[in-house]
Design a protein around this ligand. Structure first.
Ligand code: MN
Length: 233
């Protein structure tokens, strides 16, 4: 009898680091839900600081996007309502358990522009049926992330976060409109998981999410980080 060959795995995805040749290895990707009030409302929810909730994307979802390169991402099977969600992504250089909010920023390596691409039809179905969100949220290539800009401080609340589809604006807000701040997100997540170096947190999307089609180009611009562009193929 021949045993199947032991698989050789691809290395973890790595993100560019702005103004450096270093690469940042990605461990896991946590994502917060409904973290901008106007987006919670457009999805039919009351944003009055209900406790935050999180979901995850697997390694196959993460697509490193390099500066200035329009990167192809596949339109996934099993949806006819694939939505863009522009998000600031936080990368952790350090982790821990039960991290106090006041110490959370010391865990941050830096920030990047990212997308939490979502099979909205499958997500809506999961909500109705009380089922998990993976099919809606963790499609292959559903998490493009741009170069990381190292930073020690929380982002400027006035920093704009904008998303364009084929050049026309669909999302336009400011990072200060987040309901749960970055230190709060780190502190809360660390009560449930031992956070580790290499972990990413997708910090939620503002209002204006909408469906995109094959052939369209999505551009995410966030003040203070490198803009990214992807094309759906
Ligand atoms: Mn999201």
């Amino acid at each position: 009898m021949h045993a199947p060959a032991i698989p050789v795995l691809e290395p973890r995805p790595t993100l560019a680091v702005a103004e450096s040749t270093a690469r940042f290895p990605v461990r896991r990707a946590f994502c917060i839900g409904r973290n901008y009030a106007a987006h919670a409302r457009e999805m039919g929810h009351d944003p009055d600081r209900e406790p935050p909730f999180f979901f995850m994307k697997g390694a196959e979802a993460i697509v490193p996007v390099e500066a200035g390169i329009e990167t192809p991402i596949a339109y996934p099977p099993g949806t006819s309502d694939y939505h863009h969600e522009a998000e600031l992504v936080v990368a952790l250089a350090r982790g821990g358990r039960d991290i106090p909010e006041a110490q959370a920023m010391a865990c941050v390596f830096g920030y990047a522009a990212g997308l939490d691409m979502t099979r909205r039809d499958r997500q809506a179905e999961a909500k109705t049926l009380g089922r998990p969100w993976e099919i809606g949220k963790a499609a292959d290539q559903s998490g493009p992330v741009g170069p990381l800009v190292p930073a020690a401080a929380a982002p400027d609340p006035a920093a704009r976060i904008r998303l364009f589809v084929d050049g026309s604006a669909r999302q336009d807000s400011v990072l200060g409109a987040m309901i749960w701040s970055i230190p709060e997100q780190i502190a809360i997540l660390s009560r449930f998981f031992e956070l580790k170096p290499g972990d990413l947190i997708f910090t939620g999307t503002p209002e204006g999410v909408s469906a995109v089609a094959r052939g369209q180009t999505i551009r995410v611009e966030i003040d203070g980080v490198t803009p990214i562009a992807v094309r759906l193929v």
